[in-house]
Design a protein around this ligand. Structure first.
Ligand SMILES: Cc1cc2nc3c(=O)[nH]c(=O)nc-3n(C[C@H](O)[C@H](O)[C@H](O)COP(=O)(O)OP(=O)(O)OC[C@H]3O[C@@H](n4cnc5c(N)ncnc54)[C@H](O)[C@@H]3O)c2cc1C
Length: 480
C-alpha cells in the first residue's frame, strides 16, 4: 500500500519521490540519466519525465498508481519503448511519471494441455517465444522488435507482425488479463478460457488501448502446436495485383499452412542493397516487386516442400511470378527474413521519410497503391514511395521519401509530413481503409484520427475513457 500522505505532496516535490521510493525501493526510482526512457524509438518525441519508476510486482504497480491518483500525477506506462507513434513517452512538462514494467518479467505458468502461458507484462517477446518452444509449443506473435519489445506493450498496441495471416493479431492471442486501473484497483481477469460468455469482454478494451485505460500487469496467452516443418520462398513478380493473385493461389493450394506473406517493392530492396552490406540478391536480375512467404506444418517436411514446389510451378505457369527461390536451410530462411527486416534500417540510413502504416481491404491494395502513387507524384514529382509490408493482412508500410536523397530531405520531411500523410491517409480512407494498421495512434496520429472516425465512434471512445479514467491521468495526450 502507498504510504499515507495528503495532497501536500506536490508533483515533482521531494515528498512525491520519497513516497515512490517507499513503495518500490530507492534503486527503482530513477531521476538521473533517464533520457533513454523519454525518447521514442523513432527519435521524434523527446519527453521530460518527473521520474522513472520500475515496480517489481502488481501490488507495487497498484500502489504507485494509487499514490499518483491521490496527487493528480499523470502516469505513462512503458514496456520496451519500441513503439512507433510516441505512445510510451511522456510530454515535456516534467510532471508525468513513467511506470516501466521491464522488471516484471516472470513466466508464471505454462499449461501445455490448456495450450496457455501466464506471464507478467514485462516479459520480452522473444523470451516468450523461446519459453513456449521449450514446452513444444508456439507463441506465434513475431515482429522486428521482438528482441526488446515486451508483451505488455504488444498487448497495449495490439501488435501485428508477420504471422497475423495465420494466427491473428495480439488481440486473438490473449485469453485473460490482469490490469491496474487508473484508480489503483487491480482487475484480475487471468482466465485461460476459450469460452466465457458472461457479459462484456472487458479484456478487449485494454488490448490496443495504448495504456490510456490502465496498466496491463499480466496476461494469459494462447499457445499452438510447434510446427515440425517450415518452408520459406522468395518470389519475383510484376505488380501488387499479381501478388494478390499469388496469395489467392497459395491460400487455395496450401490453406492455413501459409503463415506469412510479405510484399517488398524493388525500391525498398534497393535501399537494403545500398545501405546494409553485404547484400546478395537472391535473383540475378531486378524485378518490380517481391513476395516473401513462409509456410508451416505439423506433418512431413518433404510433403510440405513438394506442395510448395507444385504451387510455385502453377504460379510460374499462370504468369503470376517471374522467378522464385526456396530457402534450402533454416540459415537461408533467416537470411531472406533479415533482408526484409533490414528495410527498416536501410530507410534510416537513406534519410528520413514520411511514415505510414495503413491497412486496406486486401482486394483493393492494387487500386490504393496506384491512386496513392498518382496523387503523390502529382503533388511532389519524382517522389519515392518505400512500399513494403504484411500484404496478406492488407497492411502496407507506405513510406514516402523525398525525390532525391539529399541533405534537404530532412527539412522536406519536417515541412511536408502533414500534407504527404494527408494524401496517403485520404487515399486509404477512400478505399475504406485505416490510417493505423498496427502501430496505433499514440501522439503521432491523435489529431489525424479525428478526420477519419465519425463523431459517434469518437464519442463512444471518449465515454469509455471517462468511465475508467475520469481524472484523465492514464497516459494523457495519447489516442484521444
Ligand atoms: C524494428 C521495429 C519493427 C517493428 N515491427 C512491428 C510489427 O511488425 N508490427 C507491429 O505491430 N509493431 C511493430 N513495431 C512497433 C513496436 O515494436 C510495437 O508497437 C510493440 O508492440 C511495442 O511494444 P513495447 O513493449 O516496446 O511498448 P512501448 O513502446 O513501451 O509502449 C507502446 C504503447 O503501449 C503502452 N504500454 C506499454 N506497456 C504497457 C502496459 N504494460 N500496460 C499498458 N500500456 C502499456 C505505452 O504507454 C505505449 O502507449 C516495430 C518496431 C520496431 C522498432
Amino acid at each position: 500500500m502507498p504510504p499515507a500522505g495528503g495532497r501536500s505532496t506536490e508533483v515533482g516535490s521531494p515528498g512525491m519521490i520519497e513516497a515512490l521510493r517507499a513503495i518500490v525501493g530507492s534503486a527503482q526510482v530513477l531521476t538521473d540519466d533517464i533520457a533513454t526512457y523519454a525518447i521514442d524509438a523513432r527519435k521524434k518525441y523527446f519527453g521530460k519525465p518527473l521520474a522513472v519508476v520500475k515496480p517489481g510486482n502488481t501490488a507495487e504497480v497498484a500502489a504507485v498508481v494509487t499514490l499518483c491518483a491521490a496527487h493528480g500525477v499523470a502516469v505513462v506506462p512503458q514496456g520496451g519503448n519500441t513503439g512507433l507513434v510516441g505512445g510510451g513517452v511522456p510530454d515535456e512538462s516534467g510532471t508525468q511519471l513513467i511506470i516501466n514494467l521491464s522488471r516484471m518479467n516472470r513466466v508464471l505458468e505454462v499449461d501445455p494441455q490448456n495450450n496457455t502461458m501466464t506471464v507478467e507484462a514485462g516479459c520480452i517477446l522473444q523470451n516468450l517465444q523461446e519459453t513456449a518452444a521449450t514446452h513444444g509449443r508456439l507463441f506465434p506473435l513475431s515482429l522486428g522488435a521482438e528482441g526488446s519489445c515486451e508483451i505488455g506493450g504488444n498487448i497495449s498496441t495490439n501488435a501485428g507482425g508477420v504471422q497475423v495471416l495465420r494466427y491473428g493479431n495480439t488481440r486473438e492471442l490473449v485469453l485473460g488479463l490482469e490490469v491496474v486501473l487508473p484508480s489503483g484497483q487491480v482487475w484480475n481477469g487471468l482466465r485461460g478460457l476459450r469460452k466465457d460468455n458472461t457479459g462484456y469482454d472487458l479484456k478487449q478494451l485494454f488490448i490496443g488501448a495504448e495504456g490510456t485505460l490502465g496498466i496491463v500487469t499480466a496476461a494469459v496467452l494462447k499457445l499452438f502446436p510447434l510446427p515440425t516443418a517450415t518452408q520459406t520462398a522468395f518470389m519475383a513478380l510484376g505488380s501488387p495485383a499479381k501478388a494478390l493473385d499469388l496469395l489467392t493461389l497459395m491460400k487455395g493450394r496450401l490453406g492455413e499452412r501459409v503463415t506469412a506473406f510479405e510484399l517488398v517493392s524493388d525500391f525498398a530492396l534497393s535501399l537494403v542493397e545500398k545501405h546494409v552490406p553485404p547484400f546478395v540478391s537472391p535473383f540475378a536480375e531486378r524485378h518490380p516487386w517481391y513476395v516473401l512467404c513462409d509456410l508451416a506444418d505439423g506433418r512431413d517436411a518433404q510433403a510440405l516442400a513438394a506442395d510448395l514446389e507444385a504451387a510455385l510451378a502453377a504460379a510460374l505457369e499462370g504468369e503470376l511470378i517471374t522467378d522464385a527461390v526456396l530457402a534450402k536451410s533454416e540459415a537461408e530462411s533467416q537470411r531472406l527474413w533479415k533482408m526484409r527486416e533490414d528495410i527498416t534500417w536501410a530507410q534510416v540510413r537513406e534519410g528520413r521519410n514520411v511514415k505510414h502504416d495503413v491497412s486496406i481491404p486486401i482486394s483493393k491494395i492494387p487500386q490504393f497503391h496506384a491512386a496513392a502513387h498518382a496523387a503523390l507524384e502529382a503533388a511532389y514529382p519524382g517522389v519515392r514511395p518505400v512500399v513494403f509490408g504484411h500484404v496478406g493482412d492488407g497492411n502496407l508500410h507506405y513510406n514516402v521519401a523525398h525525390p532525391t536523397a539529399t541533405h534537404s530531405e530532412d527539412e522536406w520531411v519536417g515541412r511536408e509530413w502533414e500534407s504527404v500523410s494527408r494524401i496517403v491517409h485520404d487515399c486509404a480512407a477512400r478505399f475504406n481503409g485505416s490510417i493505423s494498421a498496427e502501430h496505433g495512434l499514440g501522439r503521432m496520429k491523435r489529431e489525424e484520427i479525428r478526420r477519419y472516425k465519425s463523431e459517434v465512434e469518437l464519442s463512444m471512445m471518449r465515454a469509455i475513457k471517462a468511465a475508467l479514467d475520469p481524472a484523465g491521468l492514464m497516459n494523457p495526450g495519447k489516442v484521444l
